[in-house]
Structure formats: C-alpha cells, structure tokens
Ligand binder design. Structure first.
Ligand SMILES: CC(C)(COP(=O)(O)OP(=O)(O)OC[C@H]1O[C@@H](n2cnc3c(N)ncnc32)[C@H](O)[C@@H]1OP(=O)(O)O)[C@@H](O)C(=O)NCCC(=O)NCCS
Length: 182
C-alpha cells in the first residue's frame, strides 16, 4: 500500500517526492507552476494567468476539500520544485459516486515517466481515499491533446462521452472528451 510522502523514480534516475497538498507548501511555487502551463497555452481549462491572491484561494479550497475528504491534490516535487500535480475530486450530491482526476507536469519534466507514475498513483489513491469506493473514475481531455489521450488510453481509460466543439482553445472550438477507467 502507498504511504505518503512517497518517491517515484523517473527515467533519468531522478526521484520525485509526492505528498498531499499541505498548508506549508509555498503558494508562489503553485502560482509559477500553473502560470507557466497557462503561458504555454497548454491543453488545460485555464487561459488567464492567476494572481497570488487567487492562488491562495485555490490552495485554501484544496486544503478544505482534503479535510472534508471531497478531494485532494497530489504534489510531486523534484529537488523541492513542483514538477507535477494530480488531483481528484468527488462529484456533488447524486454525482458523488463519480471521481474526476486531473494531471499536469511542468514542461521541463515531461517525457520522463512522471505523468504515468503520478496518474497511476492517483488512481490507486482514489480507490482507497473515497468512501464508499468510487463507482466511476474518469477524466477529461481536449481533442487536440494527443500526449494526454495516449497516456489515459495506456492506463485503461476509455472514451465514453464527447462534447462537440465545446472548448475555445487557441482560437478554435474543440471537442471535450470524457474518458472512464474500465
Ligand atoms: C499529458 C502529460 C501529463 C504527460 O506527462 P509526461 O510525464 O510527459 O508523460 P510520461 O513521460 O509519463 O509518458 C507516459 C505516456 O504518455 C503518453 N505520452 C507522453 N508524451 C507523449 C507525446 N509527446 N506524444 C504522445 N504520447 C505521449 C505516452 O502514452 C507515454 O507512454 P510511452 O512512454 O509508453 O509512450 C503532460 O504532457 C502534461 O502535463 N501536459 C500539459 C498539461 C496537460 O495537458 N495535462 C492534461 C490535461 S487533460
């Protein structure tokens, strides 16, 4: 069974240390991480950079969700720097049996196996963190995000829904694909 903090070994031999988000985590580190992803116009939902105040609010929400066991954020650090995050969030009310996962790896740490190892860890974590055990574990991906789609397929997620031309990404409307772990 996984216990946190836990270490994931990358293809280049480096170790990523993974923990649940903690109030001691530096908010500026998260801010830099997310704003770089936004800056590269990656396939994430956000397209406007955040302020430190907004990021503080985000962190507070994550810590509250963790306390209520509604969700969590796993944070992977390499040499103290945020290399990736992977979250899980339970649906509300009649959707509470469905858990949505997400993942993002900082550009300089991609292609080293971190995304795969962190998402696998998140899937194992979701199965024991949420009570009762989730009925559906799913995630969503932009139609243009080939690396993420390939990763999710590799880990056993299958497309079950597609919202056509749903997301305005880089000036064009793109499908939003939903994939469920089977
Ligand atoms: C998608 C993402 C999480 C992959 O993380 P990563 O650490 O680079 O991926 P890994 O090195 O662990 O690769 C695992 C698998 O992902 C897929 N993959 C990763 N990079 C890929 C690429 N450039 N092209 C195609 N498939 C790719 C492959 O299936 C790969 O398995 P393989 O090595 O056996 O081919 C990462 O690119 C990322 O965070 N991108 C920006 C944010 C984002 O798109 N998040 C997902 C939103 S839905």
């Amino acid at each position: 069974m996984d216990s946190f903090p836990m270490e994931l070994k990358l293809k280049d031999g480096r170790l990523a240390r993974v923990s649940f988000i903690n109030k001691k985590d530096d908010t500026r580190g998260f801010l830099i991480f997310i704003n770089k992803l936004i800056g590269e116009r990656s396939c994430i939902i956000y397209d406007k950079k955040f302020t430190l105040k907004q990021e503080e609010g985000w962190k507070k929400t994550q810590l509250e969700a963790l306390k209520k066991r509604d969700g969590y954020t796993l944070v992977a650090k390499i040499d103290g720097k945020i290399a990736g995050t992977s979250g899980a969030k339970k649906g509300a009310y009649k959707e509470r049996g469905n858990v949505c996962l997400g993942i993002a790896i900082a550009k300089e740490f991609r292609g080293l196996g971190l995304g795969e190892a962190l998402l696998k860890l998140n899937m194992r974590t979701a199965k024991r963190f949420f009570k009762p055990r989730p009925r559906n574990i799913y995630l969503s991906v932009f139609e243009t995000n080939k690396p993420a789609y390939a990763l999710y397929k590799k880990l056993g997620f299958k497309e079950f829904a597609r919202l056509p031309k749903w997301l305005l990404h880089r000036g064009e409307y793109r499908d939003h694909i939903f994939m469920k772990y089977e």
